[in-house]
Design a protein around this ligand. Structure first.
Ligand code: IFM
Length: 410
């Protein structure tokens, strides 16, 4: 049996574009239309139904909830801010607070306003200033009721998928461009960090906690040869720790948001940069249970990551961890195994303050559409009815008691 601290944050996460619906001013909206991909459409209609969704979160004993504000709603044209949209997020936060749920607010979760993308997006001169103007408005509007801010969600996923792999808008494939975007996001985070602290001082509010949500993975060399080990080492440095190292050098993080899902079995075909950075073993040499997108389930990797984050001397919050599956028993197994490993890491000195499952609801999984089911709560996309899964009820017990009953992890 594992017991977690009394003030541990327990809950789930979402992002605006994936659940709200009708985010017509976002670059993703235009991209879905242009590419003929599955459309996000009304998504989960969470923009309208958030009160009912938060009733569910409350009934599941969540005391924390992570969500993002949608930049394209708040600033649909450069410099034009829509008060009504800011008010919407004020209401969302009030709704959470009235249910005793701590909000964690993300400012950038993959989507950009179309005008921003058209002006060159995160490659353009002036992109950081544009982001800061938006951040300034949002933070001033919401500060009173928010303690936790995440400036950017998974910067490494964003810049690699959008600028290196060519999988997401604007579908570029250039190492140099990717590095330029990375640099802009680092600067955007560092400056937003300073800005948020400055606003809280001006408004005489207690110090906020500002961080990023970092995508992390276990990189396992497939064979014991030098090339596989070298590639795994490089990926770990580049994808897991590069961004964090850069912002830590500027002391620009009060906590580390950790998003963790899976491992990658690393097997480069040759010494080329692309191969070292991307090739994985497809032969299933190291069998593992899988989610419905075929990602390996590897909970021990989270323990290892949390222990290695100790070097930053900052508390960590697991800001995402979850599984897409149609097998809800597998979901519960996934959650409890990861919780067990988090607890183990804490026993070895990792300062972990919370666990937010991805996601509260089934939602729009980007270029994979609505197929993958990550939710604690299922969504019927015809009727928008919600159905609470058994795994959600089991997780609710842990959220209530802070105790994980005995569980075998091997
Ligand atoms: O759905 C995404 C989320 O937007 C960011 N982190 C990973 C999740 C699952 O792929």
């Amino acid at each position: 049996m594992e017991t977690f601290p009394k003030d541990f944050l327990w809950g789930a996460a979402t992002s605006a574009y994936q659940v709200e619906g009708d985010n017509v001013g976002a670059d993703w909206w235009a991209w879905e239309k242009d590419t003929g991909k599955e459309r996000s459409g009304r998504a989960c209609r969470h923009y309208e139904l958030y009160e009912r969704d938060f009733d569910l979160a409350q009934s599941l004993n969540h005391n924390a909830h992570r969500f993002s504000t949608e930049w394209s709603r708040i600033e649909p044209e450069e410099g034009i801010f829509v008060e009504q949209e800011l008010k919407h997020y004020v209401d969302v936060i009030r709704c959470l607070r009235s249910r005793h749920i701590e909000p964690l607010v993300t400012l950038h979760h993959f989507t950009n306003p179309l005008w921003f993308a058209r002006s060159g997006g995160w490659l353009a001169k002036g992109c950081v200033e544009r982001f800061l103007q938006y951040a300034d408005r949002v933070v001033r509007a919401l500060a009173k009721d928010v303690r936790y801010w995440i400036t950017v969600n998974e910067p490494t996923i964003y810049f690699s998928h959008s600028y290196l792999f060519g999988a997401w808008p604007p579908q570029q494939r250039s190492f140099l461009r990717m590095k330029a975007v990375e640099q802009h996001l680092i600067t955007a985070h560092i400056q937003a960090y300073g800005l948020i602290h400055k606003i809280y001082k001006e408004l005489r509010l207690p110090e906020p906690c500002v961080g990023i949500a970092q995508y992390t993975q276990a990189y396992i060399p497939c064979r014991a040869c030098f090339r596989d080990k070298m590639a795994a080492y490089l990926r770990d440095k580049l994808y897991n720790f590069g961004f964090l190292d850069a912002i830590a050098r500027h002391s620009a993080m009060d906590f580390i948001g950790v998003n963790y899902y899976t491992r990658q079995v690393v097997e480069p075909k040759n010494w080329g940069l692309a191969s070292l950075a991307m090739d994985v073993c497809k032969k299933n040499h190291r069998p593992a249970q899988k989610n419905s997108l075929d990602w390996d389930i590897y909970p021990e990797g989270l323990e290892d990551i949390l222990l290695r984050l100790k070097k930053y001397d900052r508390p960590a919050i697991v800001t995402e961890n979850g599984i897409c599956t149609d097998d809800d028993a597998l979901r519960w197994g996934y959650i409890r195994k990861h919780l067990k490993h988090i607890h183990r890491a804490m026993g070895q000195g990792a300062d972990v303050r919370g666990y937010l499952y991805w996601s509260l609801l089934d939602n729009f999984e980007w270029d994979k559409g609505f197929g993958p089911r990550f939710g604690l709560v299922g969504v019927d996309y015809n009727t928008y009815e919600r159905s609470v899964r058994d795994s959600a009820k089991k997780f609710a017990q842990v959220c209530k008691t802070g105790v994980l009953e005995d569980c075998e992890i091997k």
